[in-house]
Design a protein around this ligand. Structure first.
Ligand code: SAM
Length: 236
């Protein structure tokens, strides 16, 4: 079931509301009151309330394997220029977070996941949000069924084993983007590139949030530092 509303109390704690009466240590708010926007608990505690977004729902789906984060997903989407007409192949689906964001842009997403329990998790997560995707319980190193692909996005440990299939599936100029946690994997992938891909770049994105609270206007001490490198190839 989807998260419908976000409730925020005076201490800025966030609560995700799906349906029914809302209960917390700050009291109860009836379902009808939440829907009508009268967000005060029976103990007189006030909340801010607004509608949940697509990203609120996707980023709060059930988690299995590590998910990709918006900082990396945003780059992939903008840099590859995908749109509603793009044909996209992705592996592995994992928890389905990247799959969901890609499927929010194009209805032509083919997602491979070799592990059965991760496949079931991604299937459940995507179904709960009503996201239509061609999800396959299949090892992508055994082959890619689709042709004329604009973007192949790999979040798996051995992308070099996918290159021979990717070069037959991608359009000229199509993007192959790999998300890899270790620089040794980046090196091995680039060394395996062959003659049919152009190595565009390898990047790392770091997200640092700031306090903006009165005189306290400075970066937070903790940040989202290393998640993974993004390696971008173009099909020649
Ligand atoms: C880190 S998770 C992906 C997380 C996903 N990008 C997300 O944002 O939710 C990596 C997934 O790749 C799957 N996987 C690894 N090798 C694969 C392969 N050869 N074919 C398909 N899936 C594979 C694993 O089972 C795992 O579920």
């Amino acid at each position: 079931m989807k998260i419908k509303k976000i409730l925020i109390d005076k201490k800025e704690n966030k609560y995700y509301w799906k349906e029914g009466d809302f209960h917390s240590s700050l009291g109860k708010i009836g379902e009808k009151d939440i829907i009508s926007g009268n967000i005060k608990s029976h103990l007189g505690k006030e909340f801010i309330c607004f509608n949940a977004s697509f990203a609120d729902n996707v980023l709060n789906m059930g988690k299995g394997p590590a998910i990709m984060l918006p900082k990396d997903i945003g780059f992939i989407i903008s840099y590859s220029g995908i749109n509603e007409k793009s044909r996209i192949v992705e592996a592995g689906a994992g928890s389905g977070v990247l799959t969901a964001f890609l499927s929010n842009i194009s209805h032509d997403v083919y997602s491979y996941e070799k592990n059965e329990s991760n496949y079931n998790l991604a299937r459940k997560n995507l179904d709960e949000l009503g996201i239509k995707t061609n999800l396959k319980n299949k090892d992508i190193t055994e082959g890619i069924d689709e042709k004329d692909i604009d973007l192949i996005m790999l979040d798996l440990p051995n992308p070099w084993e996918v290159l021979k299939h990717a070069e037959k599936s991608l359009k000229s100029g199509g993007f192959l983007i790999s998300y890899l946690p270790a620089i040794t994997q980046v090196q091995k992938l680039v060394d395996s590139k062959g003659d049919n891909f152009f190595f565009d770049k390898a990047i790392e994105l770091i997200e640092r949030e700031w306090y903006v609270e009165g005189q306290k206007v400075r970066p937070k001490s903790r940040m989202i530092g290393h998640t993974g490198f993004l390696v971008i190839f173009r099909k020649i």
